[in-house]
Design a protein around this ligand. Structure first.
Ligand SMILES: Cc1cc2nc3c(=O)[nH]c(=O)nc-3n(C[C@H](O)[C@H](O)[C@H](O)COP(=O)(O)O)c2cc1C
Length: 368
């Protein structure tokens, strides 16, 4: 159990929720708030922290099905997980039904995953050029064949994450959602933006609501959720079975705690500067432990483990300190390559020793 869990449970426990549970096939998820897959962010360490904060289901980042089938060591490293993360979804991509099916069987045989998701929404050119990700939206019949082949080959629930369309001119999401359901998927994760806009611009939750109304499988909406109260509002919309949160959780894993507290009718208190500092320390140290183990496993020199950990943590650190660190001190912080020096600087920025209340107020404003 990561130390954060004890802390968070002490803070008030966020396991009970009045929001209806989410059922995906045989998988019962008591809390209908899900951490979105995010390449470079949703590694095992961050997933475990989000689960400890009350997130109902977490996702790996997108993983190459071909890399799994051909046992590429770099690809297999993305499958690292710890028991505290479960329920855990793994997301794979490819354009070939045969490769996706074989990868799904490998994943099931590992026995550490609870759900298999097929990416049909990634707009990254490297993936689309090979016919995977969002390119599959051009061919709902192929999506049908993929989902059917994969769901018949494994007993884990199979889901699809996709977009509301390739672009406003090429929407076609109704046909895609129909293919997903008829192929035998247990749920649809729907990012409420077109693939053409990447991750920017407003999310169209009306489109999610419309698709949820057309389908019988659960539809979990995603896009633009940055507060726990917004997640709860969206969950009240007709037919929406769950809310998936992406960037809103980076630097703020407490968003799940907030959503769970509010949906249980409890008052939510944001983390203090000290709790924020503790979370940063725990996140960074756990990440180091995982990266060190991986270096040992792959017989790599451990001389670079610590700087590499600090480097990898930068995206999270920027978000944890968003609205508090001044540009100059923030820049200096990102250049540091030792864990203790980062944590010392973080405490200085957060003024943890004096429990500065101004800092907490600033944090609240930055996140609202
Ligand atoms: C840095 C980053 C990496 C992402 N990686 C993935 C991925 O691996 N698989 C995927 O399906 N979506 C990926 N996404 C999309 C997110 O899962 C999510 O759909 C998107 O960020 C919208 O949600 P948000 O507005 O709550 O952030 C990524 C998004 C970001 C910002």
């Amino acid at each position: 159990m990561p130390p954060a869990r004890k802390e968070i449970q002490k803070k008030g426990g966020c396991r009970k929720t009045l929001s209806p549970p989410l059922s995906i096939g045989a998988l019962a998820i008591p809390i209908p708030f899900v951490l979105a897959p995010m390449a470079g962010y949703t590694d095992s360490t961050f997933r475990a922290l989000c689960r400890a904060c009350g997130c109902g289901l977490v996702f790996t980042e997108i993983i190459s099905a071909a890399g799994i089938v051909f046992r590429n060591p770099r690809t297999l490293a993305y499958l690292h997980s710890v028991p505290e993360e479960r329920p855990l979804a793994v997301q794979i991509y490819d354009a070939s039904p045969a490769i996706l099916t074989e990868a799904a069987q490998v994943i099931e045989s590992i026995g550490r995953f609870d759900l298999l998701d097929i990416n049909c929404g990634c707009p990254v050119p490297k993936i689309m050029r090979k016919g995977g990700g969002a390119a599959l939206m051009n061919d709902p019949e192929k999506i049908y064949r993929i989902v059917k082949s994969v769901s018949e080959a494994i007993s884990l629930p199979v889901t699809v994450k996709t977009r509301i369309g390739l672009s406003p001119e090429h929407a076609g999401i109704s046909e895609v959602a129909q293919a997903v359901e008829e192929g035998g998927a247990s749920a649809l994760f729907l990012h409420a933006r077109f693939a053409s806009v990447g991750h920017s611009g407003p999310a169209d939750w009306e489109a999610v609501e419309r698709i949820a109304g057309e389908r019988t499988i659960p539809v979990i909406g995603n896009g633009g959720v940055t507060t726990g109260s917004a997640a709860i509002e969206l969950l009240r919309r007709a037919g929406i079975a769950g809310v998936m949160i992406g960037r809103g959780a980076i630097g703020n894993p407490w968003i799940f705690e907030e959503a769970a507290h509010l949906s249980a009718g409890r008052i939510y208190t944001p983390p203090t500067a000290k709790e924020r500092s503790e979370m940063i320390a725990q996140h960074l140290r756990s990440l180091y432990t995982v990266m060190e183990k991986e270096d040992v496993r792959r017989k790599r020199s451990r001389r670079r483990t610590e700087p590499a950990t600090c480097h990898r943590f930068r995206g999270h650190l920027v978000k944890y300190l968003h609205g508090v660190a001044k540009a100059r001190s923030g820049k200096r912080l990102l250049a540091l390559e030792s864990i203790e020096s980062i944590l010392f600087a973080v405490d200085e920025i957060l003024q943890v020793t004096s429990q500065n209340q101004d800092c907490n107020a600033k944090m609240k404003t930055a996140q609202s």
